[in-house]
Design a protein around this ligand. Structure first.
Ligand SMILES: O=C(O)C1=C[C@@H](OP(=O)(O)O)[C@@H](O)[C@H](O)C1
Ligand SMILES: C=C(OP(=O)(O)O)C(=O)O
Length: 428
């Protein structure tokens, strides 16, 4: 594969102003694709994201016999017949957590074996708690390493019953079981083991999407849900813009003192990461402690912003960031320290960013390692809006959720130039 040149960012001399069209929500697009595939009939999905993660989901569903057309750059037409076929080959799902977890659960409806695999990063992301939960519902699902590849021996059916899930590592296990339960033979009672659910807002998104496709699902308590047997029904479904993507735009405006129109108000989002706006508007006086448990994907954005804050910021409740596309606590800390030693440190599973407004305006030539993680690339590009010499390695990794990110920055007047010098990091 040809190497993609790194991108060097020239800090703009003016506040960023203008408008940016956000991509559709990754989380909602992949839920809608899956539910439309399980439904009987034709669903029209608009405002959808087209990116690596949604391509992996759509391709896998096609491999299982679902007809999916893409009439425009932001729409899918999904023709489901209420069943899934045995795929002719293993499903390759890249590093798309939603695709792997959601499809593992619905593979129960395939009349035969399904192998679900991902790239080398996905092969390190835990899935055993989901397989345990499926096992409790009578599904034969196994992964020898506790991470993908996973083999599910589907029987076309999912028995009802009670299932307790350990969602300590990922809320996606709960979302996966709930969406599969919507088509089960009998009621499914889902409850959580342990004390809490990080990223609860994503389970709320799941429940909302299931209801839009005709499911009967009730939240019975803070840690329990009941899904009644029903068929999913095809529907026309509008997907809202991606709130995690919005955080980069809000932060770009805050860092440069500009104003960027994204076409909707922060409180119009139903996705959890929109909560980050409340901290972004406080910049450069962000809170001393930010609990990231309910806005996890926004933490890299907030951490880079915090590097320019007047006072230090401690990020708590972010332990799960260690099992995302990469170990994001370590990655963010390492890359901030690459910009300037001592800018951040880890304290157990907390991240402390020391904050230095004097960074703005300096030139600190730094080549940012992105660990194939779109959020590391997108958030560290923000540092390049105020610090000269920031170069983002492997910029194409933004294709996981926002292939148009670099064009969006360019459209705001940010100068990006290809940097083909051989890699070689400054010593941390
Ligand atoms: O359900 C979802 O759409 C998501 C849930 C979160 O993951 P975890 O539940 O694994 O924390 C989030 O980080 C991910 O980007 C999308
Ligand atoms: C964690 C993420 O993705 P996923 O779990 O869906 O791969 C993300 O997009 O930040």
């Amino acid at each position: 594969m040809a190497a993609v040149p790194a991108l060097r960012i020239t800090p703009p001399t003016q506040p960023l102003r203008g408008a940016v069209e956000l991509p559709g929500s990754k989380s909602i697009t992949n839920r809608a694709l899956l539910l439309a595939a399980l439904a009987d009939g034709t669903s029209h999905l608009t405002g959808a994201l087209k990116s690596d993660d949604t391509r992996h989901m759509a391709t896998a569903l096609r491999q299982m016999g679902v007809e999916i057309d893409e009439p425009t750059a932001t729409s899918f037409v999904v023709r489901g017949n209420g069943s899934l076929a045995v795929p002719p080959a293993p499903l390759f799902l890249g590093n798309a957590g939603t695709a792997v977890r959601f499809l593992t659960a619905v593979a129960a409806y395939v009349p035969g074996p399904v192998v679900l695999d991902g790239d080398r990063h996905m092969q390190k992301r835990p899935i055993a708690p989901l397989l345990d939960a499926l096992g409790a519902l009578g599904v034969d699902a196994s992964a020898p390493t506790g991470c993908p590849p996973v083999t599910v021996r589907g029987t076309s059916h999912l028995a009802g019953g009670k299932v307790t899930i350990d969602a300590g590592l990922s809320s996606q296990y709960v979302s996966a079981i709930l969406m599969a339960a919507g088509k089960a033979d009998a009621p499914v009672a889902v409850s959580l083991r342990g004390t809490g659910l990080d990223a609860r807002g994503y389970v709320d998104l799941t429940v909302a999407a299931m209801r839009a496709f005709g499911a009967s699902v009730e939240q019975e308590g803070p840690m329990s849900w009941r899904v009644q047997p029903a068929r999913y029904t095809a529907t026309d479904f509008r997907i809202e813009p991606d709130a995690s993507a919005a955080t980069y735009v809000w932060a770009a405006a805050a860092l440069t003192g500009g104003e960027i129109d994204i076409g909707l108000a922060p409180d119009a989002f139903t996705q959890p990461d929109a909560k980050a706006f409340a901290e972004i508007v406080r910049f450069p006086e962000m809170s001393a402690e930010i609990n990231g448990s309910q806005m996890q994907d926004a933490i890299p954005t907030l951490a880079v912003l915090a590097a320019f804050n007047i006072t230090p910021v401690r990020f708590t409740g972010i332990r799960n960031l260690r099992v995302k596309e990469c170990d994001r606590i370590s990655a963010v800390c390492t890359e901030l320290c690459r910009i300037r030693p001592g800018l951040a440190r880890e304290d157990g599973d907390d991240l402390i960013v020391t904050g230095d407004p004097a960074l703005a305006g300096q030139t600190l030539p730094t080549r940012i390692e992105t660990y194939a993680d779109h959020r590391i690339a997108m958030s560290f590009a923000l540092a390049g809006l105020r610090i000269g010499g920031i170069t983002i390695l492997d910029p194409a990794c933004v294709g996981k959720t926002w292939p148009g990110y670099w064009d969006a920055l360019k459209s705001l007047g940010v100068i990006l130039s290809e940097d083909t010098t051989p890699s070689g990091h400054r010593t941390v």
